[in-house]
Design a protein around this ligand. Structure first.
Ligand code: G3H
Length: 231
């Protein structure tokens, strides 16, 4: 079971340090925990990853960080393909694949995000799967350190997660495309995490807003520990 926190563009270095101080005394048990702070607040810890990075060791890429900056913190996990980078920052599938290949070749654990917008969801599951398939083009689905996160765009940050039925049906189809650990993301919170984690083919959650409060995040880890025992 995986429980991951994506802070997005939230928290200062001081706040991340305070957060991890609290998190460090928690027994994660059999839960695999990851935390993705902004790049200005990276720290050297096993569970810390980067939200984004340029596919190069270093170079003339203004505003970016690359392998050299990440390695300074001994970090070896990365989020790639998040919908906010696809839609707001206009990252193409081609560029996403470049990042994937580069960090795969460096042996990183890759949290690879896919998810459809509302207009696609409204057309039904077949359209959703076609859309998600296109987001997997060029990705080595046999990479052993690949974790996929299904995050419907319309459920991200809205407070309304996909229904349990929608998650169940979509995860079943994604698993047919890629037999990798599969997380759900989109308005996950302590109140709904037990139900979501209990769904077949859900191997964990990627949490945004509700992870910003460390006590909420710890609650979700504790719930995941319980669900893991029952599953
Ligand atoms: O990476 C996390 C997702 O975008 C989910 O964000 P959210 O939990 O705020 O909906």
């Amino acid at each position: 079971m995986i429980v991951a926190a994506n802070f997005k563009m939230n928290k200062t270095r001081k706040e991340v340090e305070e957060y991890t101080k609290v998190l460090d005394v928690v027994n994660f048990g059999n839960v695999n925990v990851s935390v993705f702070p902004p790049c200005s607040a990276l720290i050297s810890k096993d569970y810390i990853g980067v939200q984004n990075a340029y596919p190069a060791k270093n170079g003339a890429y203004t505003g970016e960080i690359g392998l050299e900056q990440i390695k300074e913190f001994s970090i070896n996990k990365i989020l790639i393909g998040h919908s906010e980078r696809r839609h707001i920052l206009k990252e193409s599938q081609k560029f996403i694949v470049e990042k994937f290949e580069f960090y795969k070749n460096e042996g990183f654990e890759i949290y690879y995000c896919i998810g459809e917008p509302l207009e696609v969801r409204k057309k039904g599951i077949d359209e959703v799967i076609q859309y998600l398939k296109a987001q997997l083009v060029g990705i080595d689905l046999n990479y052993e350190r690949l974790i996929i996160a299904y995050e419907p765009v319309w459920a991200i940050g809205t407070g309304v997660s996909a229904s349990n039925e929608e998650i169940k049906e979509t995860h079943k189809e994604i698993k047919k495309l890629a037999n990798r650990p599969l997380l759900y993301g989109g308005s996950v919170k302590p109140e709904n995490v037990k139900d979501i984690l209990s769904i077949e083919n859900v191997d964990g959650v990627l949490v945004g807003s509700a992870s910003l409060d460390v006590s909420n995040f710890i609650k979700m880890i504790e719930i995941a520990k319980e669900v893991q025992k029952e599953k």
